[in-house]
Design a protein around this ligand. Structure first.
Ligand code: PMV
Length: 334
């Protein structure tokens, strides 16, 4: 045991395949280093306590609504084989906007597990980290596909299919993503349930004759496959087309909202090659694809004029230095 230890995790962006990934279709996701969570564990003389943006107090007194965080702490301690009430304090600071489709809950769980294992000087295997973060996500999101925890814990861009081997994508695209926050809390759980209800209605034969949610899920899966090829072939135009088509299907499925739609339209009008929501939707963030840094900055400004509360740039190029630099461009800027 050391006196103090830290664990970090970044956010994530789903480029393609949100919602359809729940139905075992492929998704493409990227770690998003512009937003991060940092957990610091220190020795104290009192009971196990935690401080974060939403709660400051004893872990055993945490309200039910923070159950996923409580679970990440308690499960980590259990796996570490230490008491459930050690004399430690856990401090969590985050720049990941909560409930915006950026993987905040998964990142918090990953950073908490990393900090606690480091504090007790024990190796945290990839499997252990997955078990802790994914079970915490089950509390936050019901039945998560695992794309968030995979991307955030591996810190790599991935082509992800539920319960299948992960394919790491080495992105090297001369393009940028503009990521913008509608400022409205997203409703992943509700949106996932809405799609599930549609699917059930179709299975029972009670769905709208002219709308097939299963067909939409299938199409979103195909678009993720085409996008992967486009990424590997550095075909930015096809990738943008796929993003635009995906947004149409996501709107039809009922997981977008007015704020997201407005920013998507604004990005396209300002010259983006493609734009769509990212993550669970019904609030939260959207992404736009652009070819140059100049147009990325221009579109970021346009998005803010159109109501985005924050905007970031993410390079899709190979250099990680460049990614961080661009990711920081609009950090925290409102
Ligand atoms: O809103 P987020 O960041 O939790 O992303 C959810 C992605 C979904 O595909 C909608 C759900 C899932 O479990 O993959």
């Amino acid at each position: 045991m050391v006196q103090s230890a830290q664990g970090r995790a970044s956010g994530k962006i789903i480029l393609m395949g949100e919602h359809s990934v729940v139905y075992s279709k492929p998704a493409i996701a990227l770690p998003f280093a512009a937003v991060q969570v940092l957990t610091t564990v220190t020795e104290t003389t009192g009971d196990l306590s935690v401080n974060c943006a939403f709660y400051d107090g004893l872990v055993h007194e945490m309200p039910k609504v923070y159950e996923s965080l409580k679970h990440a702490i308690r499960f980590s301690l259990y796996r570490l084989g230490v008491s459930q009430n050690p004399a430690i304090h856990i401090e969590i600071t985050s720049t990941i906007p909560a409930e915006r489709g950026m993987g905040s809950s998964a990142a918090v769980a990953v950073s908490v597990a990393r900090a606690l294992f480091s504090f007790y000087d024990k190796e945290l295997t990839a499997k252990e980290l997955w078990d802790i973060a994914q079970s915490s996500e089950r509390i936050a999101h019901g039945n998560p596909s695992g794309v968030d925890v995979t991307t955030i814990s591996r810190e790599q861009s991935v082509y992800f299919v539920k319960d299948e081997a992960i394919e790491v994508l080495n992105l090297d695209l001369p393009a940028y993503l503009v990521v913008a926050d509608t400022g409205k809390i997203g409703h992943t759980l509700e949106a996932v349930q809405h799609v599930a209800d549609w699917m059930e209605m179709e299975n029972e034969g009670t769905a709208d004759l002219y709308f097939s949610p299963q067909g939409h899920i299938e199409a979103l899966g195909q678009l993720a496959k085409t996008s992967k090829k486009a990424l590997l072939n550095q075909d930015i135009k096809t990738l943008g087309d796929c993003m635009n088509q995906a947004q149409t299907y996501l709107v039809d499925l009922g997981v977008s909202d007015k704020g997201l739609d407005r920013l998507v339209v604004a990005a396209r009008q300002a010259g983006a090659l493609g734009a769509k929501l990212t993550g669970g939707g019904r609030g939260g963030c959207m992404i736009a694809l652009v070819e140059s840094l100049t147009s990325a900055k221009k579109i970021a400004v346009k998005l803010k004029e159109s109501g985005a509360t924050q905007a970031w740039l993410q390079s899709l190029g190979a250099s990680s230095d460049e990614k961080l630099l661009q990711g920081d461009f609009f950090k925290g800027d409102v």
